[in-house]
Design a protein around this ligand. Structure first.
Ligand code: GLU
Length: 355
């Protein structure tokens, strides 16, 4: 199996912001066990900023963004050092991959990154990924590392993404309710967010909401997500070995790697097309793959060039998906509503689903 394991800040650091070394050693022990069983593992680890807090205290008056940059810059070193020491004791190497949103935008760059990860896995090196917090500024940041683990999972076409947190999974009621039961399996059509409260842990950026959003998106691409408590004994090994523990979000049909990339390009879409009810029906309900033809398009908002990512909306303004334009907005305008014109989006360059 190929998996992404995501570790949240609350697991890897304590309240004083110090690194939880015994947690790191334990997660490394589990990963090494899986590697010995020939599983491929990619780790996405938060905690740089948390670890930084245990090292220095920037002055209160300092700009918040600069505070975050400084804390994560020194904390990241400390965190990787801890992982690397734990791995080396067992005869393995890790490497640090710091990334930002920009890295996923351009397909060429994306494929370079993918090749590098494949080579690292081939060499049995554990990639440890985090956002490059030192250079990331607000508008260019991932929502949090849950989003980043979803992107890495999609890029590497993994079997499962394990999001480890400090709660046992998704509950049917508020976790503080004594009657609350863990939902061991959920269909992504279930509107996962309705099971989730808006609370967040103290230092992490995300929360259950992003976890549910990422899980829904991964499910629509055919990738399983597990949300589970990282403090449960042998959690990673047990999930990989098929034990029902935490919440598993059931995947749908697997998408091609091109469609997975398109699904994650929401930050770079250039234009928008509205399609009529007939085209909507064909694209959303057909089990056969269909291309989007100009005859089904009623409105175009450009400008965009051939090869750009364009959003598809229905007449109610609901986003149905994304696709790669086969020609620019000027040509699309000329073909608008006409029959017998070349497809505007080919079926294999078209993603219909959660954006
Ligand atoms: N990249 C941040 C860190 O390592 C964590 C972001 C998040 O909470 O997801 O501190």
């Amino acid at each position: 199996m190929k998996i992404v394991v995501k570790i949240g800040t609350q697991l890897i650091t304590n309240e004083q912001g110090l690194l939880n070394h015994s947690f790191i050693e334990d997660i490394v022990r589990q990963i090494v066990l899986l590697k010995k069983q020939n599983h491929d593992v990619i780790l996405v680890s938060s905690g740089a900023m948390g670890a930084g807090r245990g090292l220095i205290q920037p002055p209160e008056t300092m700009n918040k963004v600069v505070q975050r940059q400084i804390l994560s810059s020194i904390g990241q070193v400390k965190m990787i050092e801890a992982y690397s020491t734990a791995l080396q004791k067992k005869g393995y190497h890790c490497c640090q991959v710091l990334t930002c949103k920009e890295d996923f935008r351009d397909r060429h760059h994306y494929l370079n990154m993918k090749n590098c990860f494949s080579a690292l896995l081939h060499e049995n090196i554990l990639p440890i990924v985090n956002e490059n917090d030192v250079i990331a500024i607000d508008e260019l940041m991932f929502t949090d590392n849950d989003e980043l683990s979803g992107l890495i999972g999609a890029m590497m076409d993994v079997d499962a993404v394990l999001i480890l947190t400090s709660v046992d999974g998704i509950f049917d009621k508020h976790p503080n309710d004594p009657d609350a039961q863990i939902l061991d399996e959920l269909d992504s059509d279930h509107q996962l967010v309705k099971y989730i409260s808006k609370e967040k842990t103290q230092y992490g950026r995300g929360g259950m909401h992003t976890k549910a959003r990422v899980a829904t998106k991964l499910a629509s691409m055919g990738i399983t997500t597990h949300i589970a408590n990282g403090n449960t004994e042998d959690i990673v090994v047990r999930i990989v070995n098929g034990e029902k523990i935490g919440t598993r979000i059931i995947p749908k049909k697997r998408l091609s790697s091109m469609k997975k990339w398109i699904a994650h390009t929401d930050g770079i879409k250039k234009g928008k097309v509205t399609i009529n009810a007939c085209a909507e029906e064909i694209l959303t309900s057909s089990s056969i793959a269909r291309s989007l033809l100009p005859v089904g398009i009623t409105k175009i908002i450009g400008p965009f060039a051939k090869g750009d990512i364009v959003t598809i909306e229905n007449e109610k303004g609901e986003v149905l998906g994304l696709g790669i334009a086969q020609y620019n907005s000027e040509t699309a305008e000329k073909y608008l509503g006409k029959k017998s014109k070349p497809p505007f989006m080919r079926y294999d360059y078209l993603y219909i689903g959660k954006v």
